[in-house]
Design a protein around this ligand. Structure first.
Ligand SMILES: O=P(O)(O)OC[C@H]1O[C@](O)(CO)[C@@H](O)[C@@H]1O
Length: 398
């Protein structure tokens, strides 16, 4: 039997480490941002105070006895981690539970008048309406009349680099890191590129089904949707399934409401983009494009532990594309892998061909060749792993 590789799980406890910075600095910053986004009442401010105290200096508290998802979280690890420091349990788990409690604090799960109000919505909408988004959309006009391969490649890269537009990441990355890369030093680049394999997995008959597991709303979801619209319109796939989060998560992760906002934005835009929006609208109406919001999409666990129904969904797809850094961490396991660990070895459990389109915003990475890793380490001192300036297109199960 081939040996399945393993490596230590990332924890948040080491001061100065990237995960520690997220728990100790980014989470308090997110609480501040949420307080400023809405005229919340005293009850919500008190709950946010309590969360701030707990997640920086306290321990993991249980969910209320009547929480709708208490049993689910107990099974996802809460039973084992209750009473422990947020910094001593798997980093992925701590982050995920933070978002669950943040929503509770602002009344998202209700009952009450704030039920279902996304605390991140103002920032998501501002991004969708930003002038930069208009410029990016206008670029589609130039693709009209391009050869199929050129257009598809441009849209694939739009979706890939759209992943850099992540609002939570911008809260703590320097503006240079979060923007177009550090001028003159590390130009954005793709450090592992299996895109030929990716295209080869979509059968020429056009009868395949693409599962796209979305990441951020706004300026990442828009290019994701454009890619899906293009593949459907040009007969590269017959159906597409878009997986989104069942509730707001990691600041800017896409929910069904964000899909609606994005599709409406496209259908209202001038130029070629409106056609993409209309095609998405009709594909949703006739069932060629469906949206799923599985509870496991907000779970604190790697995909290796996905439940049977989600596994069946992915198994039914011709190809599953996972977007973004967090999905990558969950796909390969949130571990200190040596970067040369083969991508195929750590994703062998996935129930079908799978591709990752991801800019690197955390230290987890696999599938690099030794020369690439050495060259990056020699010139960029670890910065390449977390700055969002480098990206991978990796495929396994071909
Ligand atoms: O939006 P993305 O690409 O999933 O990135 C979110 C990222 O935020 C962080 O969790 C830090 O909060 C990253 O390390 C992470 O994976």
């Amino acid at each position: 039997m081939p040996e399945i590789p393993t490596a230590p799980v990332l924890l948040g406890g080491e001061p100065g480490s990237f995960p520690h910075g997220v728990l100790a600095e980014r989470h308090p910053a997110i609480i501040r941002q949420v307080r400023e986004a809405f005229p919340y009442g005293p009850e919500q401010h008190r709950a946010l105070d309590a969360l701030l105290e707990s997640c920086t200096a306290g321990v993991i508290e249980p969910l209320p006895a009547d929480a709708h998802d208490r049993d689910r979280w107990q099974a996802w690890g809460l039973a084992a981690y209750e009473g422990r420091s947020w910094f001593d349990v798997p980093w992925l788990w701590s982050e995920s539970y933070f978002y669950r409690l943040l929503l509770d604090a602002v009344g998202y799960f209700g009952p009450g008048p704030w039920q279902g109000i996304d605390p991140f919505r103002p920032a998501k909408l501002a991004e969708l309406d930003a002038p930069d988004t208009d410029e990016e959309l206008a670029a589609l006009d130039d693709l009209e009349g391009a050869a199929d391969a050129e257009r598809s490649t441009a849209l694939l890269h739009g979706s890939l680099w759209g992943n850099r537009a992540d609002l939570g990441f911008r809260l703590s990355a320097s503006s240079a890191d979060a923007g177009a890369g550090r001028a003159g030093q590390d130009a954005p680049r793709v450090i592992a590129d299996d895109s030929d394999t990716l295209w080869s997995l979509l059968p020429p008959s056009g009868t395949g089904t693409l599962c796209l597991v979305a990441d951020n709303a706004g300026r990442e979801l828009v290019p994701d949707l454009l890619l899906v619209a293009d593949l459907l319109a040009h007969g590269r796939v017959e159906n597409a399934v878009l997986h989104v989060k069942p509730y707001p998560y990691y600041v800017s992760d896409a929910t069904t409401a964000d899909v609606v906002d994005a599709v409406r934005r496209l259908t209202a835009a001038p130029g070629a983009v409106r056609g993409y929006g209309r095609r998405l609208w009709s594909a949703m109406a006739d069932g060629r494009l469906t949206v799923r919001a599985h509870p496991f999409s907000c779970s604190p666990l790697p995909y290796a532990e996905m439940p049977g129904d989600l596994r069946e969904d992915f198994a039914a797809g011709t190809l599953t594309v996972l977007k973004g850094d967090l999905n990558y961490r969950r796909l390969v396991g949130d571990r200190r892998w040596p970067p040369t660990t083969p991508f195929g070895d750590v994703t062998g459990y996935f129930p079908g061909p799978v591709a990752a389109l991801r800019t690197l915003k955390s230290e987890v990475v696999t599938g690099l060749d030794a020369r690439t890793e050495a060259a990056l380490d020699a010139t960029e001192d670890g910065h390449w792993r977390t700055s969002g300036t480098h990206a991978v297109i990796q495929v396994s199960g071909a």
